[in-house]
Design a protein around this ligand. Structure first.
Ligand code: 9MR
Length: 847
């Protein structure tokens, strides 16, 4: 097994006399037993060994310098140390292996390239066999440029056990390393076991103290296992960059106080989906640095996805299932996880129609780096469409057994190599049998899509709704087809044996889109409709009842018990808010038994979505503040002092587990795109992946420590679409909060909207009252339709419509206390035609 550890630690001697295996490693007496390939002649320069490394070599082993005759003992622990530098940055392979069979006891690369500054390196490993013909080697080939590589003080000592992994957690003052909104909450955490509060200072970029206060002791919380104080500096509201907090002799990482703290994050997280796409060439012009050939479009060595057969013996057809997003760092595509991710992007968009603080223009066309930019469709919908088209392709065709159901997933027959570009995958891929859960994911997301895409692509909306209905009926006819659990070869199981929640969610989406009694009845008959769904574990790909509640609460509809539904969301949000308040880290997640699940970062964010929705429903600032504080945890205010979002924060996570963003393993590959997020702390990690087993064993008692920024740790550090989608939702919400000032109260106007069916369309009366103190000279009323409605004509206003958004304008004065009546004639897309609930008069929200 190869273990890497760059940088120098202190070995713990296990035997009195560690035996030096490389006595000629300091080159005091010349080259000794060292040898090198003919193209890299070894010479001694200033007491060091140096070799020229020609540029343009194909393989690492095309230039080697090494030493044979190491005497290794199986099972014994060794420490390898050396110093090295190079005229051109190089990441050589560092090997201790059998000189004949090449069985590796150590196979490592330095984490960062070896550059001009002589640097000390240290690696620990366990010998894989007893053999007197062990070999140490640097394999140096592969760079484009000629280099000179020099090294010295090579030592290989047996009987030295690797010291335990201790992450570098930096200063004990922990902040949101990205920033705080000027008028938002500003909290930090000080790691200290001092019994009483102590003084802290906020310093500006020049080091000047701009604010002072005292910390509050907060005890030892279960998630971190460390003693903390909390620090609040919300009273300071001036914008600036490069602030630091100083307390207990420690200075925090720098951060900003800025109204724009989250604008870039909103665009980056959404732009990170494009390089995750299957079935399309990724263009450098769209995503600089991420160009790669299309994956899985039938070009060798790929085998797929144009005609993918079922697992042998499970069906007699093959489907074109090209497109969609790869699930994570693997090449699999799974309907249930695609479903929650597509839902979350569509929900972030739909929120612009219903939430007062939402900024629709920030999610419009031209806001995200993707190839469809400029096509007149909001970019976030273009991105979600990439997945929706794939999900629809997973539906069993008419005339086949289980027609209308959705195949659970498709993936390679065994795990692909790591790292690897999608276009290089050479495994056979199979469709796995249909499942009720996947089918209901198709029904729910296709129904949601039908109403959201109707203003932009009627044909797609119609097709999506037809597929959704067919899927829902197929699921009713096959209500208990469960995907098998357990370790599948080549893909994750995403198994789920309770689909009552998926039924509830699918019925809710179908009801919201169609308004049909059948679906309203199904919603109200669901045992989950009145149940307490706000479990401490939070919602995820397996638990969806919460999505039904969030949707029924926020998307305009005529459900008789809608008020109760809304109250239930607020009740749930109170619970997650209580987590934020109780945690010295403002952590929104407090799972039962302190057991952090796989992808806890996603669960933190899902809980923040619930809290944010309560803010949208109530305008109660305590919910909004909890979301903003809740983001602190992900951006560095945590036990590891590390931001989980790539490219954000002083110390960010950037070595996530991912096959084609694995720059830390292969520098021909890019790092994860900015705005990426991996799973994060996972209490069970050390029983899953070997990096976690090696470095994180025992972390369960303080789960915030169960995470490592290592490209081998899939259990704690893998990027996945469902964690990206929840970050996208939350990033959009927090970016909407601008400088953090309380939203103006919606008391300047009141709108009453009533619609009646008429012929193939509807007529509506819109009464607008100016309830503010000022006379409006010229007015403009805007609102968005939930479905495919279109205004055909208006009386009493000039009407125009872009996408779903309607603008009604007039030149008359509108005096305080006076009303206007506008008549509308419109066409509905044939679905639900609920009254819009969010109106803005001259830009301000009405009540
Ligand atoms: O996030 C998933 C987690 O909830 C499951 O327990 C685990 C096992 O089914 O799988 C996780 O998802 C992985 C999926 O199975 C395969 N693609 C990568 C996903 C993230 O690690």
């Amino acid at each position: 097994m190869a273990l890497t550890a760059a940088g120098v630690g202190v070995g713990v001697p296990a035997h009195a006399d560690p035996v030096e295996q490389i006595p000629d490693g300091n080159f005091d007496d010349g080259v000794g037993e060292w040898w090198s390939t003919g193209n890299s002649p070894l010479s001694i320069v200033n007491g060091e060994a140096c070799v020229p490394v020609p540029g343009g070599l194909v393989n690492p082993w095309d230039s080697i310098v090494g030493r044979d005759h190491l005497n290794l003992t199986a099972g014994e622990d060794y420490r390898l140390t050396f110093t090295a530098h190079s005229t051109v940055p190089l990441k050589p392979r560092i090997l201790v292996q059998n000189a004949t069979t090449y069985l590796e006891s150590l196979g490592a690369r330095p984490e960062e390239p070896i550059g001009a500054t002589p640097t000390a390196y240290e690696f620990f490993f366990t010998a894989q066999e007893t053999n007197p013909s062990g070999q140490f080697a640097f394999q140096l080939g592969g760079d484009d440029e000629d280099a000179t590589f020099c090294f010295d003080n090579v030592s290989l000592v047996g009987g030295v056990v690797k010291p335990p992994y201790v992450p570098d957690t930096g200063p004990r003052v922990r902040v949101n390393q990205v920033g705080y909104l000027p008028h938002g909450p500003k909290n930090a955490t000080l790691v200290t076991d001092r019994p009483a509060g102590i003084a802290f200072e906020l310093r500006d970029a020049k080091g000047k103290v701009v604010h002072r206060g005292r910390s509050k002791p907060a005890g030892v919380d279960a998630s971190s296992g460390v003693a903390t104080h909390t620090i609040s500096f919300s009273a300071y509201t001036k914008a600036g960059t490069g602030f630091t907090l100083v307390a207990d002799g420690e200075t925090s990482h720098p951060f900003d106080i800025s109204p724009a703290a989250y604008d870039k994050l909103r665009a980056d997280t959404l732009s990170a989906f494009y390089p995750q796409r299957s079935g399309i060439e990724i263009k450098d012009s769209v995503a600089p640095g991420y160009a790669r050939p299309a994956g899985h479009v039938g070009v060798a060595p790929n085998k797929g996805d144009l005609s993918v057969a079922c697992l042998p013996g499970t069906c007699d057809y093959a489907l074109d299932v090209t497109g969609g997003w790869y699930d994570a760092g693997d090449f699999g595509k799974y309907v249930v996880n695609g479903g929650i991710a597509a839902y979350q992007l569509m929900s972030a968009f739909e929120r612009t129609k219903t939430a007062r603080s939402a900024q629709a223009d920030k999610l419009g066309d031209g806001t995200v780096r993707l190839p469809e930019r400029g096509n007149g469709v909001p970019d976030i919908l273009d991105e979600a469409r990439w997945e929706l088209d794939f999900i629809l392709k997973m539906q069993v065709p008419d005339g086949k057994p289980l027609a209308g159901m959705a195949h659970h997933k498709m993936h390679d027959e065994s795990w692909a190599g790591y790292p690897m570009l999608p276009s290089a995958g050479d495994k056979t891929r199979y469709l796995h049998p249909p499942s009720t859960a996947a089918t209901l994911n198709l029904a729910a997301t296709a129904a949601q899509a039908a109403r959201l895409y109707a203003p932009y692509d009627k044909a797609f909306a119609t097709r999506a709704l037809r597929a959704a209905r067919k899927a829902y009926d197929a699921a009713l006819a096959n209500p208990a087809l469960y995907a098998p659990g357990g370790g599948d070869a080549g893909g994750g199981p995403y198994d789920d044996t309770n689909v009552t929640d998926e039924f509830y969610w699918a019925a809710a989406e179908l009801y919201l889109t169609t308004g049909e009694k059948r679906f309203a009845d199904a919603v109200r008959a669901s045992p989950l409709h009145a149940a307490d769904v706000w479990v401490a574990t939070g919602f995820d790909w397996q638990q969806r009842a919460q999505l039904a509640r969030l949707e029924l609460a926020t998307v305009p509809n005529a459900l008789p018990d809608r008020d109760r539904v809304r109250r239930s969301v607020v009740d749930g949000a109170r619970r997650y808010l209580a987590n934020v308040t109780a945690s010295p880290w403002s952590l929104a997640y407090a799972p039962p038994g302190n057991a952090f699940d796989w992808g806890s970062n996603g669960l933190v964010l899902n809980n923040l979505q619930v809290i944010a929705t309560a803010y949208d429903l109530t305008n109660d600032m305590k919910f909004r503040d909890a979301v903003l504080s809740g983001m602190d945890y992900l951006l560095g205010r945590n036990a590891l002092n590390r931001s989980y979002i790539t490219g954000y924060g002083e110390v960010d996570t950037h070595r996530q587990y991912h096959r084609w963003f694995a720059n830390s393993i292969d520098d021909d590959l890019p790092p994860p795109p900015p705005g990426s997020i991996g799973g994060g702390p996972n209490s069970y990690a050390s029983t899953w992946d070997s990096t976690a087993a090696d470095k994180l064993a025992g972390c369960e008692s303080r789960p915030q420590w169960c995470s490592i920024d290592d490209a081998q740790s899939y259990a704690t550090n893998e990027i996945a679409i469902n964690w990206m989608s929840t970050l996208a939702w939350a990033a959009s919400f927090v970016a909407d909060q601008d400088n953090g000032e309380a939203a103006p109260r919606a008391n300047a106007c009141h709108v009453h909207y009533t619609a009646l069916p008429s012929g193939t369309g509807f007529v509506a009366a819109v009464e607008v009252r100016n309830t503010g103190p000022a006379t409006l000279k010229g007015w403009e009323l805007t609102f968005a339709f939930v479905g495919g409605q279109r205004v055909e004509a208006a009386q009493g206003a000039r009407a125009s419509q872009a996408g779903a958004t309607v603008t009604l304008a007039g030149g008359d004065q509108l005096k305080p206390g006076k009303s206007l009546l506008i008549g509308l004639r419109g066409t509905s897309a044939g679905g639900a035609n609920p009254a819009p609930e969010l109106f803005r008069l001259n830009g301000s929200a009405c009540s």
